[in-house]
Design a binder for this molecule. Structure first.
Ligand code: ADP
Ligand code: MG
Ligand code: MG
Length: 246
């Protein structure tokens, strides 16, 4: 059974329908790629799942229970965590502070700072960052490590689902490898990861399943290893293979 089952998701923004009855299923211990060209609706679907966009029509089930993702707090309470490097981090604060920021009061009220630091350290360790000095300022870290700090911040609440919208856009090849190592560790721990990307190489390297969007419409869900690259491209751009080869 999927951890997340979004069915018939329709989202209207300012009178324009940006998602038309889209389906998405996420399984524990899998990386699920959400693919599509620019403007396909990937970020809108991510925002619907993380409570930032209102779902006008459709149903979301998490662990089989229907949930209403009325806002980011409700989505987080339902087990959905999103990590955004540019919005979640304060460069002048330390790694430990960034991982714990905002979590202390809500989750750790009455628990010592030492305990919160231990939790931050264990999440960083889970992501393969155990050797970093948690007192280091985030601004001094390379982009990939900053991305991992944002993910660590999201993982503090023990989410079922981790949502990453184009997490590799500011990373070089080696940094992508660092990120993917961390994602594989999370996958081993049973987290369902939604990986938004339009890079074919990355999607084939990391994902177990792929959902394709085009112009706000779902183009189906596929097992990555069974989906031919040329077929994937044709689904993304809406031209059949015969047309593509002409
Ligand atoms: P992607 O992430 O695949 O590039 P988006 O979800 O960002 O696609 O956008 C899908 C479509 O929805 C685009 O046409 C975009 O202009 C529109 N859209 C998304 N969010 C908004 C918004 N807040 N206001 C206006 N249009 C939006
Ligand atoms: Mg876009
Ligand atoms: Mg986007």
């Amino acid at each position: 059974r999927p951890v997340v089952e979004m069915t018939g998701i329709t989202v209207d923004i300012g009178g324009t329908t940006v998602l038309h009855e889209v389906d998405l299923r996420l399984f524990a211990g899998e990386v699920h790629a959400l693919m599509g060209g620019n403007g396909a609706g990937k970020s809108s679907l991510v925002k619907a799942l993380s409570g930032a966009y209102r779902i006008d029509v459709g149903e979301v089930r998490i662990d089989g229970e229907t949930v209403v993702l009325a806002g980011p707090a409700e989505a987080e309470a339902a087990g959905v965590a999103a990590a955004f490097q540019d919005v979640d981090l304060c460069g002048n604060l330390s790694i430990a502070e960034n991982v714990m920021i905002g979590h202390e009061e809500r989750r750790w009220y009455g628990i010592s700072w030492a305990a919160t630091r231990r939790r931050a350290a264990s999440v960083l360790d889970e992501l393969g960052l155990g050797d970093l000095d948690p007192r280091q300022a985030v601004a001094t870290l390379p982009p990939a490590i900053q991305q991992l700090v944002a993910i660590a911040r999201a993982m503090v609440t023990h989410p079922k689902v981790l949502v990453l919208d184009e997490p590799t856009s500011s990373l070089d090849v080696d940094e992508v490898a660092t990120l993917f190592r961390a994602l594989r560790r999370l996958r081993e721990h049973g987290v369902a990861i939604l990986f938004v990307s339009h890079f074919l190489e990355q999607v084939y390297a990391i994902s177990d399943r792929i959902t394709v969007l085009r112009d706000g419409h779902g183009q189906g869900e596929y097992a990555t290893r069974e989906l031919d690259r040329a077929v994937l491209i044709s689904k993304m751009i809406g031209k059949d293979l015969v047309e593509l080869r002409r």
